[in-house]
Design a protein around this ligand. Structure first.
Ligand SMILES: C[S@@+](CC[C@H](N)C(=O)[O-])C[C@H]1O[C@@H](n2cnc3c(N)ncnc32)[C@H](O)[C@@H]1O
Length: 283
């Protein structure tokens, strides 16, 4: 079932979030006649259906919960993980830089726990398609469960295999690699991605970035950007507004690039060199 993410009241088939005391929260799909058990009591779905989002609701033991529509950030937070997953701060920028939108076909590897897969599936909408490659069957099973839990599995084709053998797809709109050695797969990427499409990757060290940049240049990728995202939260206290005590200092370096078609014409060389060297610059 594809989740609905609009409307003022909770409706059958909607993905809902119950947020209780101590921020304990649960994500569920609303099904007429069903019941949801928590350690603080039972809530009947029929008592939730029809309530405006943001309402307070109570379990049979009287415990209060807020009935919310889960944000994409909340869906990502709830992902069960066996691998390092991509953080929402990186995912947000990836979606913008790869220009992910409704109806597109997006390719990624590796699937891992499926955090990026979830965000991509959310962004391509019911008409779009995400194809995700993973080498480890256990990881693929975990990602599938995570996607089913949030109702996005129908938009995703999970494929088991080593991307060294290449992708079966061609002409995809965008492709993201979150594997340890993306620089080894740039020719496979080039074959799968449509000319002028969007490529991105995340790497934990600058040494790996250097290797990827070399491979991208060799394969005629241009508009190359390298960046990292730093996000600092603040304590939302009007009279004592200050940063929270901890922050995530480093997740990875993001690299973006686009494959261009090089003309067999000397007049084009200068243009290609310019954009390979400089990218398009900061947003
Ligand atoms: C860091 S995890 C990806 C996490 C994922 N982006 C997420 O947000 O949950 C990297 C995954 O890539 C897979 N992988 C590594 N090399 C691969 C290859 N050559 N082909 C397919 N999958 C690969 C690993 O098994 C691992 O599950």
């Amino acid at each position: 079932m594809n989740p609905k993410m609009h409307g003022i009241d909770a409706q059958p088939g909607d993905l809902a979030q119950l947020v209780g005391l101590s921020h304990k929260n649960f994500i569920l799909t609303l099904i007429p006649g069903a019941e949801f058990q928590t350690h603080r009591g039972v809530l009947k779905h029929d008592d939730l259906i029809g309530k405006p989002w943001g309402s307070q609701v109570f379990s049979h033991m009287g415990s209060p919960f807020f009935l919310m529509q889960p944000s994409l950030a909340e869906l990502l937070r709830g992902i069960r993980r066996n691998t390092q997953i991509l953080y929402p701060k990186d995912i947000g920028f990836i979606l913008v830089m790869l220009s992910i939108g409704p109806g597109q076909h997006i390719l990624e590897a590796g699937t891992g726990s499926g955090a990026l897969t979830t965000a991509l599936a959310y962004a391509v909408g019911a008409e779009g398609q995400v194809t995700s490659y993973e080498i480890r069957p256990d990881m693929q099973r975990l990602a599938e469960k995570n996607l089913q839990r949030v109702g996005l599995a129908e938009r995703v084709r999970l494929k088991l295999g080593d991307i060294a053998a290449g992708f079966e797809e061609t002409g995809v709109d965008a492709l993201f690699l979150d594997v340890i050695n993306p620089y080894d797969f740039v020719s496979q990427v080039r074959k799968a991605l449509k000319p002028g499409g969007f490529f991105g990757s995340i790497l934990p060290t600058t040494n790996q970035v250097t290797r990827l940049l070399g491979a991208l240049r060799q394969q005629h990728f241009a508009f190359i950007d390298v960046c990292e995202i730093m996000l600092r939260y603040y304590k939302p206290e009007p009279d004592h507004l200050r940063p929270t005590d901890r922050m995530v200092a480093h997740t990875g370096y993001l690299v973006f690039a686009r494959p261009v078609l090089v003309a067999e014409d000397k007049r084009g060389e200068e243009l290609e060199e310019l954009f390979v060297e400089t990218g398009l610059g900061p947003l």
